[in-house]
Design a protein around this ligand. Structure first.
Ligand code: ZN
Length: 240
């Protein structure tokens, strides 16, 4: 079993809860889709956990901005303030770890990328049907895992048609392809405050969306204590 996590955003309480949940699900491998830092109060703690536990990790747009602030130019003011703070906090070792992250990772039938396989460094969101088509076209593998929007999504392409799955478990049938947004560990935006990630069973060709409760109060109060924008603490409890 593989755990696929994304968009941790410096939320160590959420990350630890997910790692604990993954352990209980017999996960043997962890793959991270990026945005380890930005917004939350524990960028170094999250970097250390991910580099110790993950087999592979790709670069997210906040990770890219933390190593080079000029890449935060199109961020909103709050995100930019948080990434400036994050860059100051990061140790030289963790900045170096960010420096070597690739845009994509491919293993078996799956491709792993932060935003979209359609020009990964352009950080396209996959929110519309057209954007989902673009992603499928750019991904030769049957399965593609993404993050970036902080909203879990499972789309299957079979018989030339796209279908958005409501069910938490997706079974990949012969000839079908799938695009899975695993959601966000540290700052979900689908109205559910619990940390999101996905379990992937490559032998069974099955992907299951997971939600995990964590110490929300602790993560929020650390954000306030750090002097980060107050809304970053408040939005965690709203899942927005
Ligand atoms: Zn993100």
């Amino acid at each position: 079993m593989i755990a696929v996590i994304s968009d941790i955003h410096g939320n160590l309480e959420a990350l630890d809860a997910v790692l604990e949940d993954a352990k209980s699900a017999n996960v043997r491998e962890l793959i991270c889709l990026g945005d380890i830092v930005g917004y939350g109060a524990d960028p170094n703690g999250c970097m250390e956990r991910v580099s110790a536990a993950a087999k592979a990790c790709v670069l997210g747009n906040h990770d890219a901005a933390a190593r080079d602030l000029s890449q935060a130019e199109n961020f909103n003011e709050i995100a930019r303030e948080a990434i400036r703070w994050t860059q100051e906090q990061l140790t030289a070792e963790n900045l170096e770890r960010l420096n070597v992250l690739p845009f994509e990772f491919i293993q078996g039938e799956a491709r792993y990328v932060h935003a979209s396989p359609d020009n990964p460094s352009a950080w396209h969101y996959i929110l519309t049907e057209q954007e989902a088509w673009n992603a499928f076209e750019a991904c030769p593998e049957p399965l593609c895992f993404v993050g970036h929007s902080h909203v879990p999504l499972r789309v299957v392409l079979a018989g030339g048609r796209l279908e958005v799955l409501e069910a938490a478990t997706l079974e990949l049938r012969d000839g079908a392809r799938a695009l899975v947004n695993v959601g966000s560990v540290g700052q979900p935006r689908d109205g559910d405050w619990r940390a999101a990630y996905a379990l992937f069973d490559p032998e069974g060709r099955r992907v299951t969306a997971r939600r995990v409760e964590y110490d929300l109060r602790k993560a929020s109060s650390k954000i306030l204590q750090a002097g980060l924008p107050e809304i970053l603490a408040r939005r965690l409890s709203q899942g927005q």
